[in-house]
Write a protein that binds this ligand. Sequence first.
Ligand SMILES: *Cc1c(COP(=O)(O)O)cnc(C)c1O
Length: 382
Amino acid sequence: MSRLSQRITPAPAAPDTAPEIASQRIAIARPYMPATAAILPYLESIEQSGWYSNFGPVNQALEARLATRFKDGTRIVTVSNATLGLTACLKALKLPQGSLCALPSWTFVATAHAVTAAGLTPWFVDVREDTWMLDPETFAAQLKHAPGPVSAVIPVCAFGQRLDLDAWTAYDRNSPIRVVIDAAAAYDTATTADIPVVVSLHATKALGAGEGGFVAGPRDFVERVRSITAFGFYGTRESLRLGTNAKISEYTAAVAMAAMDNWTATRQTYQRVAQRLRILLMNAPVAFQDGWGLDWITSVCVAHVGDGRSAEVAEALAAQGIDTRMWWGMGCHTSRAFAEFPRTPLPVTERLAASTLGLPYFAAMGDEDIIRLATVLGHYLR
Ligand SMILES: *Cc1c(COP(=O)(O)O)cnc(C)c1O
C-alpha cells in the first residue's frame, strides 16, 4: 500500500497551491452538454416563433428527428422526465388500480416511484446474473410466486445496456401482462419500440437536455400518452382523460436538438474513454458490462470489481482521491420508501450491489485521469 500511494499520490504541495490538490480529485461523472453557441440558433428560432411550450415547432422537429432513430411508424412524444414518462405509459395502459407491476430491484429508484404514481403496487423481482437485466424466462419463473395479480412489468436497460426488445415484444403480445421498457439510460441502444420505450434526457444521461425525456412506441399508444402529458387534452380544450402536465418547453427541446447535432462526436468521445479504460485494465480482474463502450455507449461506467468487494474497493479509491458511486445502492427494494412492497428473493441483485461499482467516467475525462484511475484500481485489485 505504501509503495502504491507513493507512486500515485501527487507531490506534496506548497500551502498556496491547496486548491490544486482538490482539483486533482477524480469526479465520478460530469454532464456532457451542448455548448451555448450550439444552442443559440434554436433559441433564436423560439424568439421568432413566439411559441414557448405546448408541442411548439422546436419540439415538433425534435420528435420527428428522434423518430428517425426508430423504424417507420414509431411515434415519439417528449416528456418532462423519464419518471413521468413511465407513469404516463402505465396510466395509458388503464391497468387495474392497486394491481402489481413487476420491476427489477436492480434499477434506479425512479422506476418504483413511477409505478406508485400510476396507482400500482411495485413488486420487486430479480435479474439475470450475466446481463444484470430481466428477460421473459427469468420473469416467468418468478411470476409463479407472485403475491397477487400482476398487470405489468417494467424491464430496465441496466445502465443503458441493450435489452432483448424482440423477446419482450413477443412476451407482451402473448401474455395478459403489459410491458413498458425503462430505457432511461439507453438513448444509444433504444432504437426499436413496438412496445412502449421510455428514455431520459437528463443531464447525467448519454444525451442530455437538462431535464427531459421521451416515449417511443406505436402511434395510437404514444398519442394517448401525449394526451396524458397535456391535461388529458387532445385537439380540444376538454379533458378527455385524467392526466397531468409533463410537457417540455421549447427551451428544453432546443438543448436536445443541439445535443442531437453533436451526437456522433459525443458517442465517439465516450467510446474513446471507454476503450482507453478497457485497454489499461486489460489484466486487472475488472469486468465491464458486455459491449460497454464498444457496441453501445452510456454516460456511466459500472464494473464488476470482485465478489463482495465493492465497498472495500470504493474505500481504497476514495483514499486516493478517486470518487466512486453505487449508482443503484443496495438495490431499489432496500430504500425505506419501498420497505412495505412485496419482493421475491433477490440474491442476484444483492450480489450485484455488493460486487459492482460505478467508476469515474465522463466524455471529457483526460488521459491523465484515465491512467490514474486504471493504475490505482489495477494495483489494488491485483
Ligand atoms: C435516470 C433513470 C430514470 C429517471 O430518469 P429521469 O429522466 O431523471 O426521470 C429512471 N430509470 C432509470 C433506470 C434511470 O437510470
